[in-house]
Design a protein around this ligand. Structure first.
Ligand SMILES: C[S@@+](CC[C@H](N)C(=O)[O-])C[C@H]1O[C@@H](n2cnc3c(N)ncnc32)[C@H](O)[C@@H]1O
Length: 267
């Protein structure tokens, strides 16, 4: 792919998703798009660019973003965030709060929202509560996986055994163990497609806690600031924003106060 064509794809991807691809990502883009054109039976990336930009249904651009986005995730990833979630839920419960709203804003294949749900079930144990978790992502492919809630054994390595037994069913399919999230966990979560660059977001909020982890790294400052402002608007006063351990926000611009690295508080 020549640089001109790479720049065209890069601009298209940025305008559609906010994902900001550096020059170093050219090989990755070529590799991932080549798979897509092979599946479509298109000969070269120039023709594919014409195809995607002329597709009035809007479906191909979704497929393109699906193939470009990086979906690495894990159950209990950056585990101190789940300790923090548990601590806050117990604190709020003891103060008499019964309604809890949590948003996983780039949920990938579901490990993050399911970990939130399991942690919340453990924290709110044996009490009356009204808990709803919203889980969104730009990728329709990962959202399908989320809804299935089925994971191979190596994906559930990080889950303590007692939680695995409590919140998953186990089935052998084609000689491999598959762990399936139990219905009582699934029903706490609504999965839905949301592009974080499409502001204002349609949800009413307010949320108690928003997880926006390991997605801001793909955005530039302009998109990141827009996103952080929207999350600020949708959080309750006294609510928290959690970002990935390698991410940070310029809290002075938004009114957020930093609690500790990667955890922000809306006063
Ligand atoms: C690396 S995963 C992070 C998953 C999870 N939050 C975690 O920390 O483990 C990044 C996710 O961001 C999603 N994403 C990228 N651009 C997005 C956008 N503009 N709107 C919503 N989601 C986006 C990708 O589809 C991907 O699933």
């Amino acid at each position: 792919m020549n640089n001109d064509l790479f720049n065209k794809f890069r601009q298209l991807i940025y305008n559609t998703s906010g994902i900001n691809l550096s020059d170093q990502k050219k090989a990755l883009v070529v590799g991932r798009l080549s798979k897509r054109i092979h599946a479509l039976g298109i000969d070269n990336l120039k023709d594919y660019y014409e195809y995607v930009t002329n597709d009035k249904s809007g479906q191909e651009i979704i497929k393109l973003i699906d193939s470009i986005s990086t979906n690495v995730t894990q159950f209990f990833r950056e585990n101190d965030h789940f300790d923090f979630l548990k601590e806050k839920l117990i604190e709020w419960k003891e103060a008499g709060q019964t309604k809890f709203r949590i948003w996983s804003s780039a949920c990938s294949t579901g490990e993050e929202p399911y970990t939130i749900a399991i942690t919340a079930m453990e924290a709110l144990n044996n009490s009356f509560f009204d808990l709803k978790i919203l889980a969104t992502d730009i990728s329709t492919r990962v959202l399908e996986q989320c809804k299935r809630g089925e994971y191979y054994a190596h994906k559930v390595d990080n889950i303590p055994n007692y939680l695995l037994q409590k919140y998953f069913e186990k089935k052998k399919i084609n000689n491999e163990w598959i762990y399936i999230v139990s219905d009582r966990i699934k029903k706490l979560i609504t999965f839905s497609r949301l592009n974080l660059i499409d502001t204002p977001y349609p949800m009413k909020g307010p949320f108690d806690i928003v997880f926006c982890r390991n997605v801001m790294i793909y955005f530039d400052d302009k998109v990141r600031n827009m996103l952080v402002d929207e999350i600020y608007r949708l959080l309750k006063p006294g609510g928290y924003l959690l970002v990935g351990h390698s991410e940070s926000i310029t809290s002075t611009q938004t009114g957020f106060r930093i609690v500790k690295p990667s955890i922000y508080y809306k006063p």
